[in-house]
Design a protein around this ligand. Structure first.
Ligand code: NAG
Ligand code: NAG
Length: 329
């Protein structure tokens, strides 16, 4: 009798702990193995209403925009081998080397993809395009005109969406200054170093129509090496804006998942003291291109790192402690 009640009490306390914590088997160790073994760089992630996770990745495996799916962020994922989410290309692009897609559901209910398209009139550069679909996996139909394309500044890449607490929607992107750089690592460690600022552009309900002018919210600094890129923005319930970005060069171990924080959407953003994920940690090489999303009271991050197939997708959990963001071990 006594033993039984002790067992019952132990079972109850075990249940109450495990109900509030995340089951251990879903807690990945900050990116030990990729979630699937295919080349799938610069992932963005999205959880649809039915709970299914989708990831969108840079061109590869004969698709311009690859799609993968998983039942949970930290479980196993698989590539949707028969789907190219962007089967048609806009006339301003070459329709090849499409990079860093980001998918959101706009306030009007449509799915919007921001992508980096190779510019037809000057294939040394990419610009941001937008494409719209009725279903999460597409087909995404590209808008006729690029969303952001200042070729004299180097074009623009790595767009991602953000919705603020007041409902307003924004698109972040990087001015691809290193594509007009003067040499060195990622073409931009020789003077004069070309700026690669992160821009913030407000958009309307459709996620596509621009509202006002873009503003510059973050700059490369010397510790970043050639560039900052791959912006992804989150706001915590405490009102802290966390701007995830990559610095270094994606071809080299210097690439990383880095971040800066601000109490205001438009900055100033204060750099973190150290990147959240860098080469040599968790057996990763050249991690970067991250997208961060809310997962319950934590942050879920998808990023890529070098693998045998090219660049493979990893996921991780992170927690925010004051202004510090840490991968959960
Ligand atoms: C385009 O980039 C150039 C070079 O950085 C800059 O001088 C110019 O103001 C930019 N134009 C627009 C419309 O942003
Ligand atoms: C970025 O640097 C330029 C000059 O190099 C400066 O004019 C601009 O204000 C800076 N932007 C931010 C957001 O710090």
């Amino acid at each position: 009798m006594k033993l039984l009640s002790i067992l019952a009490a132990a079972a109850l306390s075990f249940l109450s702990v495990s109900a509030s914590a995340i089951p251990m088997h879903t807690l990945r160790k900050g990116g030990d193995d990729p979630v699937f073994e295919n080349d799938f760089a610069d992932p963005s992630i999205f959880q649809d209403e039915d709970g299914t996770w989708y990831a969108f990745g840079t061109a590869g495996n004969d698709k311009q925009v690859q799609v993968a799916t998983g039942d949970s962020l930290y479980g196993k994922w698989s590539l949707l081998e028969n789907i190219d989410a962007l089967p048609q290309s806009a006339a301003w692009t070459t329709g090849r080397h499409t990079w860093a897609p980001d998918v959101r559901q706009a306030s009007n209910g449509k799915y919007v993809m921001y992508y980096s398209g190779e510019v037809a009139e000057d294939s040394a550069h990419h610009c941001i395009g937008a494409a719209v679909a009725d279903f999460i996996t597409g087909p995404y139909i590209p808008e006729d005109e690029p969303f952001a394309c200042n070729l004299s500044a180097g074009g623009s890449i790595d767009a991602s969406g953000f919705q603020d607490v007041d409902g307003k929607q924004y698109v972040l992107y990087k001015v691809d200054g290193n594509s007009v750089g003067h040499g060195g690592s990622c073409s931009n460690t020789k003077n004069p170093i070309v700026p690669t600022p992160i821009m913030l552009q407000e958009v309307g309900d459709d996620g596509v129509t621009k509202v006002g002018q873009p503003i510059e919210i973050f700059n490369r600094s010397d510790e970043d090496g050639p560039l900052v890129e791959a912006p992804s923005l989150l706001r915590t319930d405490n009102g802290l804006y966390i701007l995830f970005f990559s610095s270094g060069c994606y071809l080299e171990p210097s690439y990383n998942v880095n971040y800066a924080t601000s109490t205001s959407l438009t900055g100033p953003f204060q750099r973190a003291q150290r990147p959240i994920i860098k080469s040599g940690e968790y057996t990763l090489r050249a991690p970067g291109g991250a997208t961060a999303v809310h997962v319950g009271d934590k942050v879920g991050i998808a990023f890529h790192a070098d693998c045998q197939q090219g660049r493979c997708m990893h996921t991780s959990h992170a927690v925010v402690d004051g202004r510090e963001v840490r991968v959960v071990m």
